[in-house]
Design a binder for this molecule. Structure first.
Ligand SMILES: Cc1cc2nc3c(=O)[nH]c(=O)nc-3n(C[C@H](O)[C@H](O)[C@H](O)COP(=O)(O)OP(=O)(O)OC[C@H]3O[C@@H](n4cnc5c(N)ncnc54)[C@H](O)[C@@H]3O)c2cc1C
Length: 402
C-alpha cells in the first residue's frame, strides 16, 4: 500500500479543481499539476455555464458553491422553440415546484474562484505552469513524470486522475482510445445586452444551422451561444459588433427586444468525444477527458461534476485510493449517466441538423407532446438536473451554503 493516501490530479480546470478540493476535504493528500498559471483575475472566457441542481449540491458539499453564489443567476424559465414553427415548450421552475431550473455562472469567474479555493485548501499542493509528461503504474502506486520549463521531476501517488480536458495526455498515455464525432459546427459565445430583458428567462432555440441559446446574466445582460456550421461561423466571427447583433436578431428575432450591445466573440469547435474506457492501472478519467458533449443541453460540466462526486465518494474512505475494485466501482457508477447524457445531447444535435421530413415530424411531435404534458416536462427537468444520478455523498466536511 502507498505510504499515504495521495492522489495526483492532472489539470486544474473546473473538474480537476473541484475534485482536488473535494478529495482534500475527505482527508486525502492531493497533488495538482496544471500547465497554466493560476487565474487570479477573470480572463474573458465569456461563457455563462449553466449549473444543474446536482452540480450545486456537489459544489455545496465541498464549500465551493458559496464562492459562486453571489454571481450566479437563477434561471426560472426556459423557453424551447424551433425556428419558423408555431408552438414552443415553456419549462417553468414554479410550475415544477423548484427554486430554479439551473444557475448561470460566468466561466472565468468560476475558474478564478476554484483556483482560489485550491490555493487555500489544506492538503493540496499545486504545481502551476507544469506539464504532465508520463506515468508508470506499479502494483502499489504510480510514478508520474512532470516538467516545469527545463526542470523534470516525478511524483508518486496511489492514483493518477486525468482531468486534463478533451486532449487528455493522461488518456492517450494510458492507451485509452477515443470514439469521436465532429459536428462540423462552432459555438460562438458573446456577452450581449438586450432592450427587453426578462428576469430569469433563458431560451433554447433550434434552427437547421444549429441551436442558439440565450442565457440570462441579470439586468439587460445575456450570454448568447450561437452554433453555426463552420464556414458560416468564420464569416460571423469576422462581422463587426453591429453586423453580429443583426445576425443574432435575424436568427433569434426580437423576443428580448433589440440587441443593443455586443461584447467580444469566442468560438468553440464542437465535437462529441467518449473515452472507450474510464480507467487503466491506477489511473482514472473525469470531466472532458472522459466525455465531451455538444453544449445544446448545457450538460458537459454538469456531467463532469457528477464524475467528481462519484469518485470523491468512493475514494473518501478508501485506504488505497488506486485499488482496482474501487476504479471498477467508479466505471459501474458512471456508465448510465454517461450513456444517457451523451446519447441525449447527440440525439438532439442530430435531430435538429437533419433535413429529413420524417425526422422533422418526430421532433415537432415531441415538442408538441412536451408542451401539453406537465409530467413529461417534470421528468425532463429532473433528468437534466441529474440529482437522481448523484451517488450518496455529503461527508465532505465543508459547510453547506444556506
Ligand atoms: C460553448 C460552450 C458552452 C458550454 N456550456 C455549458 C453549460 O452551460 N453547462 C455545462 O455544464 N457545461 C457547458 N459546457 C461544457 C464545459 O465548459 C466543459 O465540460 C468543462 O469546462 C470541462 O472542464 P474540464 O475541467 O473537464 O476540462 P478543461 O476545462 O479543458 O480543463 C483541463 C485542464 O487541464 C490542463 N491540462 C491539459 N493538459 C495538461 C497537461 N499535459 N499537463 C498539465 N495540465 C494540463 C489545462 O490547462 C486545463 O486547465 C460548455 C462548453 C462549450 C464549448
Amino acid at each position: 500500500m502507498p505510504p499515504e493516501r495521495r492522489v495526483i490530479v492532472i489539470g486544474a480546470g473546473l473538474a480537476g479543481s473541484a475534485l482536488a478540493v473535494a478529495l482534500a476535504a475527505r482527508g486525502l493528500a492531493v497533488t495538482v499539476v496544471e500547465r497554466r498559471k493560476p487565474l487570479l483575475e477573470p480572463l474573458p472566457d465569456v461563457r455563462g455555464l449553466v449549473l444543474s441542481a446536482a452540480s450545486r449540491a456537489v459544489l455545496e458539499d465541498s464549500g465551493l458553491w458559496s464562492r459562486l453564489a453571489p454571481s450566479a443567476t437563477p434561471i426560472s424559465r426556459i423557453h424551447v422553440a424551433e425556428q419558423g414553427r408555431f408552438g414552443s415548450v415553456q419549462l417553468d421552475a414554479a410550475e415544477l415546484g423548484r427554486d430554479a431550473l439551473g444557475w448561470a455562472c460566468p466561466a472565468d469567474l468560476m475558474l478564478r474562484e476554484f483556483h482560489a479555493a485550491l490555493l487555500a485548501a489544506d492538503g493540496v499542493t499545486v504545481h502551476w505552469g507544469t506539464e504532465f509528461v508520463g506515468a508508470r503504474a506499479g502494483e502499489h502506486g504510480i510514478e508520474v513524470a512532470i516538467r516545469e520549463g527545463d526542470l523534470a521531476g516525478t511524483v508518486e501517488a496511489a492514483l493518477l486522475v486525468g482531468a486534463d480536458g478533451a486532449e487528455s495526455a493522461v488518456r492517450t498515455l494510458a492507451g485509452i482510445t477515443l470514439a469521436s464525432h465532429d459536428y462540423g459546427q462552432q459555438a460562438i459565445v458573446a456577452n450581449i445586452e438586450v432592450a427587453r430583458p426578462e428576469a430569469g428567462l433563458a431560451y433554447e432555440y433550434f434552427t437547421p444551422e444549429g441551436p442558439l441559446a440565450m442565457i440570462p446574466r441579470g439586468g439587460a445582460r445575456y450570454v448568447s451561444v450561437q452554433c453555426l456550421r463552420e464556414t458560416r461561423a468564420e464569416a460571423a466571427l469576422a462581422l463587426d459588433d453591429g453586423g453580429y447583433a443583426a445576425l443574432l436578431e435575424q436568427r433569434f428575432g426580437r423576443r428580448l427586444g433589440a440587441v443593443v450591445a455586443v461584447g467580444p466573440r469566442r468560438a468553440h469547435p464542437l465535437r462529441r468525444q467518449r473515452a472507450e474506457r474510464l480507467v487503466a492501472a491506477r489511473t482514472v478519467l473525469v470531466g472532458n477527458a472522459a466525455n465531451t458533449v455538444h453544449p445544446n443541453g448545457a450538460q458537459g460540466l454538469n456531467l463532469g461534476l457528477r464524475d467528481v462526486a462519484t469518485l470523491a465518494a468512493l475514494l473518501g474512505p478508501a485506504p488505497d485510493p488506486g485499488e482496482a475494485t474501487l476504479l471498477e466501482a467508479y466505471v459501474a457508477g458512471r456508465a448510465r449517466d454517461h450513456r444517457l447524457v451523451g446519447g441525449f445531447t447527440h440525439l438532439l444535435a442530430a435531430a435538429y441538423a437533419s433535413p429529413l421530413a420524417s425526422v422533422r415530424c418526430v421532433r415537432r411531435g415531441a415538442l408538441g407532446v412536451l408542451a401539453l404534458a406537465a409530467p413529461l416536462r417534470r421528468r425532463l427537468v429532473e433528468g437534466l438536473g441529474g440529482v437522481e444520478r448523484l451517488p450518496p455523498f455529503g461527508d465532505g466536511g465543508a459547510a453547506a451554503t444556506p
